[in-house]
Design a protein. Structure first.
Length: 1212
């Protein structure tokens, strides 16, 4: 027996009739399943023990041989082998068909594989296979062509005229004979000649010839024979895979496959009988057709004709539907499985937990750790045996809790909240036993899980093996996952109450009791606060040298620091060497405490303090920046300790502050009545203009909408000023601290609710003038329901869309893993800041684009010419700052686009792993990380194009649809016309609504016709490059690729994706988009095969193409030519080299059919393939680099412990 886990690849091929018979352990002759009296399998039936093996372990059917000692003996009475019953899961049978039958996968499908091999149309083929028409097998002396289709009527005419001099056939037998006669080599030669003669690459005839060539070549190279597409014997799958189960009421439930097999066997037996009896041909033909239909239904029910239905008109599940779709074998059982040792419950907040802890209900822990607890009870002799231990657990004996506590210690568990949109949706925590029945979750990890406590549920999983526990503890612990993989910023920033508390404690107020007091040291100041001499917000002074633990520059040692007791308390939570935080400025957070907070000795401190402006308290953004800095300097452990302190401080002081909202806190807008009055007058004016026919309906609508939008903006601006001026107001505090609410929601509370959307995406032109504090009228409430319902529907649709996008993204890049440290490429790209051409705003700064990358050329100071960085230097934050400081605007960097490693990337081209903040490690699954980083914020993007009934041609797609449009490489809405050549715009003509733009250079002049109603983006005599826009709109990536090169297109996709995400305030790092864009242009379409074996018109990987051509040139032969093509992510997933990955994604039957014909081998490069066959994934600790890894443990013998204890430890 081969070692099941030790193989390099998996090959799929077409099974020949002999192969099918060699798999079989016997022929199934009867359609019976089990005997209704004895409930034993019928002999020679679908569950026969003689064929498939015994139903009970080591016991034959008649009971002559029982027990292990007769193992492998075949009973002489009943013919059953004495062996394990589980062989019934692997032994196959077969049915000898009375007539050859075609396999529907090869006959149906688009294009029909059988049709391509025989060069017959699928329709003709169907007529022959289902006994409607005859096909000519040998024309003899009749004026017929071979493979010609003739009807029954025509056949009779020829028969009378020519007698038996010609031969025709019907059904799969005839097709089989034709397939046997196909001479593959000769056909291929012939087709190649024909293809060379056709010059037009787009002609239908050529496309069909290329498809034929591909399939014939596949048969020739794979060693499959075309006639194997017709079955002589039908395999019967093992009975345990199509079981019959007795239900409570004594009835039986059976798998649909048994029904389908029974139908086949019955029809097959009837056909055999009819042939023996010598029945008339018409009856036999009918029976053959029915048999063909029964086999079709077994393979793929409903593919041709009506579904065969069972009880209650339910279509029966055929073999194909067992594989297909979300409920099929691939996605339901192979890519995801239900696991033991798991539980789920509602989550509640656990404010007292540490970052690495979670609370698990006692009962749940008892169930999850049951085997461990039983072991503990038995080994400590609390229970005498396993059964007694189980009973103790069931009765919840008080003695079990100590054992649970012991086992839970240092044994992390995984928490998962569905939907798991990115890797932070599953994290590990150390469990703590708690009373009650709900799981407790640390409030800071909520952002990563996207969890809240309004009834969310989470699942718990227990990692069992030592390795799994180590991975959970080291890689997945909640305290270690501080940075978000999509942008490298901390994801565990405090929110809501925590922000409010920290904002409150850092507030400064003028004229508080004790302002200007000087205290000997921080402790004394805090004591004064506790004795109520000063308040939290009083500005006081403290000698700098009295700070034992904070770092200040030496020249400040004799000065006084101006601060507040609140800030003293706030600064206690940071590491000792971190600077004193007195304000949220970049200087204070990133470098040192600014000098303006220090007073020299000898000055009048009270006066100095009274003159100082008040400092803004720290809001959510400042806290995020502080966390980021601390992570950079002190790494994970320190950061998580600090975060816990920050959380406790926030909760404590937000409670102490007593901040709450009352109606009186909502200060109404003062200019509202005036603004509304003016707006209403303007609207009346506009409507009058429309009535007098001065403006169109469209213009009127737009003007009215704009008036109301402006009105709301005016009120909103005024309220914003009011909020800023009234900082003591609780609502203002919540808004300014960014804890909750923003100016939009405040405008609705205190100003006006404004305009609402209709379901069509346009505005309803009647505004809701009331605010929530005034209360809305009935008619206004009715208006607002419009928008509310649209919002709810959109959200539901968007979630599904974003989920499907993530699935496609994951599928296209799942095999991209970091393989080496350097691929040795010379190429790279030059990056600059992304700027929006329309309004000149920066989409993404140069700093963001270069930090964490490697340089591709030397970087030289533009003036002094000194070398700032050599090639292949890692760009840290400091280096990036320096590059930007000296005024460099374009930086050459290494990029994923130009990485040379097949199926992966190298460390140098990828750069920093954003989830850890350091250079990416070999074995990191960067593809999946990229897909998750792009898919996860997908739900935050807007759904449709909100056009304010805008001008036609103006509504460009935005939000999620735009992302899909780009990744699927579709032709965009409102497509721009682009220049095909470099040159100058020499002529612009208008031709009823379209423009004809001529671009000329020294060699040629190209005319470009624009779409109807397009807006020009160029003027006469403008210089344009190939690929530049001539009209406004989005460029089609496919067109761009034909006139430029892959890198340009990939850069364009990157820019456009960034535009969408950044406009919604979502930061995603370039490299994630790069990985996906790289995959979209990874194939070449062969134009001319040269001396290679590549077929014209087929697609190959760029790496493979380069490799083949390199070898051809070395041998002095003619290389192949081709052009790069761009595939949408769905297409790219299906075109992957791995048939397992493609089949488990979409179009399962088509992928498997093609793979079988080509005899494809899956070398299990990606993650998905390995999950499917149950091997370790080739990423992380499973990657090639870490295989065969030896380690020896050096044990420290200096411990004060006797050797027995050590021995015991080693045994454990």
């Amino acid at each position: 027996m081969m070692d099941v886990n030790n193989f390099k690849g998996l090959r799929i091929a077409i099974a020949s009739p002999d192969k099918i018979r060699s798999w079989s352990y016997g022929e199934v002759k009867k359609a019976e399943t089990i005997n209704y009296r004895t409930l034993k399998p019928e002999r020679d039936g679908l569950f026969c023990e003689k064929i498939f093996g015994p139903t009970k372990d080591f016991e034959c059917a008649c009971g002559k041989y029982k027990r292990l000692r007769y193992r492998n003996i075949v009973c002489d009475r009943c013919g059953v082998e004495v062996t394990r019953a589980k062989v019934r899961r692997e032994r196959m049978g077969h049915i000898e068909l009375a007539t050859p039958i075609s396999h529907i996968w090869f006959f149906k499908g688009v294009p029909s594989r059988m049709g391509l091999v025989l060069d017959m149309s699928p329709r003709d083929l169907e007529e022959v296979l289902y006994f409607v028409s005859y096909v000519v097998l040998d024309p003899g002396s009749a004026p017929l062509e071979k493979k010609q289709i003739i009807s029954d009527k025509e056949y009779r005419v020829y028969l009378e005229k020519y007698g038996n001099s010609f031969r025709v056939g019907m059904g799969a037998e005839a097709i089989k004979e034709l397939l046997e006669q196909v001479d593959l080599e000769k056909e291929i030669e012939q087709i190649k000649k024909e293809i060379d003669e056709i010059k037009d690459t787009t002609s239908q005839k050529r496309v069909r010839l290329i498809k034929r060539l591909d399939i014939l070549d596949a048969f020739l190279k794979s060693g499959n024979r075309p006639e194997w597409m017709i079955l002589d014997a039908l395999p019967v799958i093992p009975p345990e895979l199509r079981p019959m189960i007795q239900l409570d009421g004594g009835r039986f439930a059976t798998s649909d496959l048994n029904d389908l097999y029974r139908r086949v066997i019955n029809r097959n037996n009837r056909l055999k009988k009819l042939i023996e009896l010598g029945a008339p041909s018409i009856i036999i033909q009918n029976e053959k057709r029915m048999l063909q239909e029964a086999v079709d239904a077994l393979f793929d029910n409903g593919r041709r004709g009506r579904n065969i239905t069972g009880v209650g008109n339910r279509p029966l599940k055929s073999l194909s539907s067992m594989l297909k779709g979300k409920q099929g074998r691939f996605r339901q059982n192979l890519l995801g499985k239900r696991v033991d040792y798991s539980g789920r419950s509602v989550i509640v907040v656990g404010p007292k937990l540490k970052m690495y802890e979670c609370g698990i209900p006692k009962e749940m822990a008892l169930e999850l750790f049951k085997p461990h607890v039983i072991n503990g009870l038995v080994s400590k002799e609390i229970a005498s045996n396993i059964k007694a231990a189980k009973r103790m657990i069931e009765n919840q004996d008080p003695r079990v809790w100590d054992i649970v506590e012991e086992n839970i210690k240092e044994h992390p568990v995984l928490l998962n909240r569905a939907p798991t949109l990115h890797r932070l949706g599953i994290q590990a925590f150390e469990p703590k036993l708690i009373e009650g029945r709900s799981i407790r979750l640390h409030p800071l990890v909520c952002a990563a899980f996207n969890a809240d406590f309004d009834g969310d549920q989470m699942a718990v999983h227990v990692p069992l093996s030592e390795e799994a526990q180590a991975e959970a503890r080291i890689l997945m612990l909640g305290a270690n996952n501080i940075l978000s993989p999509k942008d490298g910023k901390p994801i565990v920033t405090p929110s809501q109450d925590m922000v409010l508390g920290n904002y409150y404690i850092t507030i400064e107020k003028a004229g508080e009791p004790g302002e200007g007091n000087v205290y000997k040291n921080p402790n004394e100041a805090i004591m004064a606060y506790e004795r109520r001499i000063i308040s939290l917000h009083t500005r006081i002074a403290i000698p700098v040298k009295s700070f034992k633990y904070k770092v200040f520059p030496d020249n400040y040692m004799d000065k006084y620091l101006v601060t507040t007791p609140g800030k003293l308390i706030f600064n206690e939570i940071f590491p000792d060497t971190f600077q004193y935080i007195n304000e949220g400025s970049a200087e204070n957070i990133e470098k040192i405490t600014p000098s303006k907070f220090f007073i020299d000795k000898g000055k009048n401190i009270r006066e100095e303090i009274a003159q100082m402006p008040l400092v803004e308290p720290l809001n959510k953004g400042a806290l995020g920046k502080i966390i980021s800095q601390i992570y950079k300097r002190y790494h994970t452990t320190e950061t998580s300790i600090m975060l816990d302190k920050l959380k406790d401080l926030g909760f404590h002081y937000s409670t102490k502050s007593g901040i709450s909202i009352a109606m009186t806190d909502i200060k109404e807008s003062e200019m509202k009545t005036q603004v509304l009055k003016e707006s209403q007058e303007m609207v009346d004016k506009i409507n009058n203009q429309y009535k007098r026919g001065l403006i169109t309906e469209q213009e009127r609508y737009e003007k009215v909408i704009n008036v109301w939008v402006d009105a709301k903006n005016k009120i909103s601006k005024e309220l914003e000023e009011m909020v800023k001026n009234d900082k003591a107001n609780p609502i203002s505090m919540m808004m300014l601290s960014k804890a909750r609410g923003d100016i939009g929601s405040h405008t609705q509370l205190a100003g006006m609710r404004g305009l609402f959307f209709k379901p069509s995406g346009e505005y309803v032109e009647i505004p809701v003038k009331s605010s929530f504090s005034e209360g809305v009228t009935i008619s206004e409430f009715f208006l607002s329901t419009h928008g509310a319902r649209k919002g709810a529907v959109d959200t539901a649709l968007k979630t599904a869309d974003a989920g499907y996008l993530t699935r496609r993204l994951v599928d296209v890049v799942q095999d991209i893993i970091v393989k080496e440290d350097d691929c040795g490429t010379e190429a790279g790209v030059i990056v600059e800041a992304f700027v929006n051409e329309k309004d000149g705003t920066t989409i993404e700064t140069l700093y963001e684009r270069i930090v964490g990358r490697f340089t591709n050329r030397r970087i030289i100071h533009p003036e002094t010419k000194e070398v700032i960085a050599e090639r292949n230097t890692y760009i840290t934050e400091q280096l990036a700052d320096k590059i930007i400081e000296v005024g460099i605007t374009k930086v050459p960097i290494r990029t994923v686009f130009t990485c040379k490693i097949p199926h992966g990337v190298c460390q140098k081209c990828y750069g920093r792993n954003l989830a850890t903040g350091s250079i990416v490690e070999i074995g990191e699954a960067v593809g999946i990380m990229a897909a998750q980083s792009i898919g996860e914020p997908g739900t935050q993007l807007t759904m449709r194009t909100f056009n304010t009934g805008g001008v036609a041609g103006d509504d460009i797609t935005q939000g999620l649809p735009r992302v899909q449009e780009l990744f699927e490489a579709r032709i965009p809405k409102g497509k721009a016309t682009i220049s095909e050549i470099n040159g100058v715009v020499s002529k612009i003509e208008e031709d009823n609504g379209r423009y004809i733009i001529s671009v000329s250079n020294d060699v040629e002049t190209k005319q470009h016709t624009t779409n109807y109603g397009a807006k020009l983006a160029v003027a006469l005599n403008d210089e344009v490059k190939a690929g530049d826009r001539l009209t406004h709109g989005s460029i089609s990536p496919k067109e761009l690729l034909t006139v430029t090169d892959p890198i340009t297109v990939q850069q364009y996709i990157l820019l456009e994706i960034q535009k969408v995400y950044r406009s919604q305030g979502v930061d995603i790092n370039d490299k994630h988009v790069e990985i996906i864009a790289k995959r979209m242009i990874s194939k070449i379409k062969i134009i001319n095969s040269g001396d290679s074996e590549l077929l014209p018109g087929t697609m190959v990987n760029i790496d493979k193409f380069t490799e083949i051509n390199k070898n051809l040139i070395l041998e002095g032969k003619k290389p192949a030519t081709g052009r790069p093509i761009i595939l949408g992510i769905t297409k790219a997933s299906l075109e992957t080299d791995s048939f397992l990955s493609a089949a488990s994604f979409q179009e399962t039957t088509r992928i498997l059919t093609d793979a079988a014909i080509h005899g494809r081998i899956d070398y299990l490069e990606g993650l998905k393939e390995n999950v499917i066959i149950g091997k370790k994934i080739p990423a992380g600790t499973g990657s090639k680099k870490y295989k065969n890894f030896d380690y020896d443990l050096k044990i420290d013998l200096l411990k004060e412990e006797p050797l027995e204890v050590l021995e015991q430890e080693l045994m454990d």
